[in-house]
Ligand binder design. Structure first.
Ligand SMILES: [Zn+2]
Length: 321
């Protein structure tokens, strides 16, 4: 009736990851009206919940009607419980119960990549694509699936955990306990690992130079910087990671048939140095590329705001407002 008008109000979105907590007050139209960021006391879940509530209170006002939380890990959508976080010690945390109890507002909790997918679908690179896959490539790989204009969550809310498919049996150990997960060969982990190896093998390389001669100081962003400056070794590393990324996306496109694949996360700072090899590997690996519409693989548009914006708007829409 009055959707998008004053009745729709505003919501607070909270994006909680391993290093920081971002809280934003967001309008129904996706506009960010206030924001607060706090470090995550990741080793202490009670303190993390406290910091989430504190960050939310900083941006709250009387017009806020709901709270949406995106959390890194497996989130039971029905109860708003985080059951497991692959790279963190968080287990069986009742996020919705805690936040709703503290703030006295309707609250929903979902996986961080799911809410980011919703943000990109409603206001970012996935606008208008009712079937969309978001792949977030940061330290690990997360995924969010929009299918028929709705988030696809599976039976428990655990769908879209695309980073933990084993693609290299016996490969590098993953934070989830398995070996050779996709996120070990196609994310920031892989860039960092290959960058350190390259710096060790060739102390005169640009990567080693930028790291001040200490291979252990090589990070994904550092490899990206070397690649941007034209370094061949860094470009090869990014291209290889892009190739593994594109191959994985091909498998997901075979399963999900999205209109568009949106790629977000920190590794996307490397831009076309990763995306271009990803697109060509995708074309080689996807089933019958000449007999299907082209599936664009495009960079995300909302950056680090996608999660909090998506969580807030999802919470508002959950009210039916
Ligand atoms: Zn894994």
């Amino acid at each position: 009736m009055n959707a998008g008008g004053t009745r729709a109000g505003t919501a607070v979105g909270i994006d909680v990851g391993g290093t920081k907590i971002a809280a934003m007050r967001v309008s129904a139209g996706g506009e960010i009206l206030a924001r607060e960021t706090l470090p995550t006391p990741a080793d202490d879940m009670a303190a993390t919940l406290g910091a989430m509530v504190q960050a939310a209170r900083t941006v709250l006002d009387e017009g806020v009607r709901a709270v949406g939380v995106g959390a890194a890990g497996l989130v039971r959508y029905d109860t708003g419980t985080l059951t497991f976080a692959p790279n963190l010690a968080w287990r069986d945390v009742g996020i919705t119960a805690h936040v709703a109890g503290a703030l006295k507002l309707p609250t929903l909790t979902d996986n961080d990549a799911n809410v980011a997918a919703w943000g990109e679908y409603r206001f970012g690179a996935g606008r208008g694509a009712q079937d969309m896959l978001l792949v977030t490539v940061g330290t690990g790989i997360g995924g969010g699936i929009v299918s028929g204009g709705r988030l696809f969550r599976g039976a428990n809310g655990f769908a879209g955990e695309i980073g933990h498919t084993v693609v290299e049996p016996g490969g590098p150990l993953c934070g989830c306990g398995n070996r050779g997960c996709w996120e070990q060969v196609a994310s920031g982990h892989a860039i960092t690992r290959a960058g350190r190896e390259a710096a060790r093998e060739n102390p005169h390389s640009l990567i080693a130079q930028i790291a001040g001669g200490d291979p252990n100081r090589v990070t994904g962003p550092l490899v990206t910087e070397a690649g941007r400056r034209g370094d061949d070794v860094a470009r090869r590393i990014l291209a290889e990671v892009g190739r593994r990324l594109g191959e994985g996306i091909a498998g997901l496109v075979n399963v999900l048939d999205p209109r568009v694949v949106v790629v977000g996360g920190g590794a996307i700072e490397a831009g076309e140095l990763i995306l271009e090899p990803a697109r060509s590997a995708f074309r080689e690996a996807v089933e019958a590329p000449d007999h299907r519409p082209e599936v664009p693989i495009v960079p995300a548009e909302l950056g680090n705001d996608a999660g909090a914006v998506g969580a807030a708007v999802l919470a508002l829409e959950g009210l039916g407002g």
